[in-house]
Design a protein around this ligand. Structure first.
Ligand SMILES: Nc1ncnc2c1ncn2[C@@H]1O[C@H](COP(=O)(O)OP(=O)(O)O)[C@@H](O)[C@H]1O
Ligand SMILES: [Mg+2]
Length: 331
């Protein structure tokens, strides 16, 4: 069954355009000019109950706008949205009882108070019975390892600690649907892993439906089977990550550093993207040459100091999707 249905969602932001400088500021008071920003140009997708959907795309693609419309924070220009039977921006009061939202780039905890105070407040707002509240809080605090943290003022916490507390605040009332907008942005690897494990565990244990936005492919790999890629307010891919990987994500970026000066590099299926005296950035087509072969070749022929293998950035993946000129979106 579908938990979320989005049909032809559009959002046009109308912004007041004004020139630079004092004079233009005065002029624009009398002669207002507006600019329309088409942030969502007819977005449609569905999310099944209990699914973790990855909504990915570069900066400015329309991810946050989608999340805000689905949360009921923002009134879209047109289109239909139903989340567990509610129209978010119409049924907001009833709807929020079943909804958890984490906006990665927005402060959602009381800054000068310890996070535990925000948790207590949410207990009141959502009328969570005390024993249930305690049980759930203990469970989440343990899972995210923040026992030492929740009693200190939020302003003294690290970015990762704050994000974990935000996640707890958003999930205390056991919502059926949770939206996480860039939950891992700016976090270190350990905090990222903890967060991903947490989402996975809650999803599997409680059947919670998640939409996670990110521009980090690794988040997606760990969490989602299915992804929706959005670019310039348009969905350019909707389908299984596996399928995308087997057709487009064959390439890997290998960042390799050397102990001694290096000259050139040639290997079948590999392209040298960057070359310094002591480092290469190589793009390897793993369909042509297996990644192991590339690494073996490097280790055998150079004095390697460090190797780092990553996926191509999301911008590149999107370009490839365009190039493939296939019809990726099945609507
Ligand atoms: N309040 C706003 N007023 C005007 N333009 C906005 C507003 N919020 C977002 N936008 C614009 O809409 C587009 C999509 O933004 P957003 O949904 O935040 O993208 P993302 O989250 O994918 O980075 C961007 O071009 C952004 O500049
Ligand atoms: Mg955003």
């Amino acid at each position: 069954m579908n938990a979320i249905t989005v049909k032809n969602l559009k959002k046009v932001y109308r912004t007041h355009k004004r020139g630079k400088g004092m004079w233009n500021a005065v002029v624009s008071l009398f002669n207002r000019k507006y600019e329309n920003k088409h942030a969502l140009k007819g977005v449609s997708f569905e999310v099944e109950e209990g699914e973790v959907l990855g909504l990915i795309g570069p900066n400015g693609a329309g991810k946050s706008t989608t999340i805000k419309a689905l949360s009921g924070i923002l009134h879209p220009t047109s289109g239909d949205v139903k989340v567990i039977g509610y129209v978010p921006w119409k049924d907001r009061v009833k709807y929020v009882k079943h909804l958890g939202v984490v906006l990665g780039q927005k402060e959602q905890l009381w800054w000068d108070l310890p996070a535990i105070d925000t948790f207590y407040m949410n207990r009141e707002v959502y009328q969570i019975p005390n024993n249930k509240f305690k049980r759930r809080l203990n469970y989440m605090v343990k899972l995210l390892d923040v026992k030492e943290v929740i009693n200190s003022p939020v302003r003294d916490l690290s970015l990762g600690e704050r994000m974990k507390c935000k996640l707890i605040a958003a999930l205390l009332h056991s919502p059926k649907v949770v939206f996480l907008d860039e939950p891992t942005i700016g976090l270190d690897i350990i905090a990222r892993d903890r967060l991903r494990d947490f989402v996975k565990e809650v999803n599997q244990k409680e059947g919670t439906t998640f939409i996670v936005t990110t521009h980090d492919m690794q988040d997606i790999e760990k969490l989602c089977k299915r992804i929706v890629i959005i670019n310039h307010g348009v969905i350019v891919y909707d389908g299984l990550l596996e399928k995308l990987k087997s057709t487009i994500l064959n390439n890997k970026i290998i960042d390799v550093k050397f102990e001694t000066k290096v000259k050139g590099f040639r290997l079948k299926g590999c392209k040298l993207l960057e070359k310094g005296d002591y480092n290469f950035v190589i793009e390897a087509d793993t369909k042509v040459t297996k990644i192991k072969k590339v690494i073996d070749y490097l280790l055998l022929n150079y004095e390697v100091a460090d190797i780092n293998i990553t996926d191509p950035p999301i911008e590149e993946i999107i370009q490839r999707i365009y190039k493939e000129k296939k019809k990726w979106v099945h609507t």
